[in-house]
Design a binder for this molecule. Sequence first.
Ligand code: SF4
Length: 332
Amino acid sequence: MSVTNLIRVRPQWQQELAQSITDPVELAQQLELPQGWVEQHLGARKLFPLRVTQYFVDQMERGNTADPLLLQVMPQADEFTQQPGFVTDPLEEQDNEHPGILHKYKSRVLVILRGGCAINCRYCFRRHFPYQDHHFGRAQLNQLIALVEADANINEVILSGGDPLMANDTQLDTVLTALEQLPQLKRIRIHSRLPIVLPSRLTQELAKRLQQSRLQAILVLHANHANEITPALMNALKVWSNAGITLLNQSVLLARVNDDAVTLAELSEALFAAGVLPYYLHQLDKVAGASHFSISDEKARNLEQQLRAMLPGFLVPKLVREVAGEASKTPL
Ligand code: SF4
């Protein structure tokens, strides 16, 4: 088969993924940002490379260096600032007994199914995570099965990453088929930002496969700003919600991106209009290189209070922090 034919048979989302932008100068040119501004920040790409899909870039405002979507992906000189308490492994995940499998919570086990993401979020708590040591293959799937069978408390498997939807539908089917054989499991949960940056990843085929599963399927999205909820995403989510898949969202509180009540309320409203319930609002995990995104706990609590006054209760996400070693998220 010729190379052209190979490209032709790849799903649309994989073709789009292959065209991701990784050069800050190219991104700045597309967005008509001042050259001097870009040069000032260019060095930070060595700390964590730029990666963003064209689709996500298309949602950004031209000429706006403070665009809330741009700030989430563009390397920034502030990342060189070292703040006490900001570390490379804030959730202490890296010395793990079973690479690729995290059994942090009693009834749930989390799997690092894929190391890569379609986007590199500057504030990511796993920005220093050694994904190369956490490959999830057949051996890890067998380990996962053994771990679940050995602990009757586990009733849910969470597919995480990186981004689990970087796995193709065939790979996901293999994992799902194996998990369906374990009678104690009730649910499968997919934590993914990929639909937000590439709605074409929400394929009808995958929705159908999940619909046919005996496991209840939950998709937990990660959107931080209402500008991320587009008509293309809403159309794709409709197919998944019609397939009976529960749709939730978690956000991270980020200075200059969403740290005001109006912006957060707009996000909740936009999510609900897309059939998604706002689930968690996370205080930033203290990862080295992201301190410029952090806001105080006092301000976070104040924002939550304002949201309660502005929105019905079901649109107010739970304000939480992840604490290393804790058996669940910690309410603030
Ligand atoms: S998509 Fe999620 S895991 Fe990937 S870089 Fe962004 S926050 Fe981190």
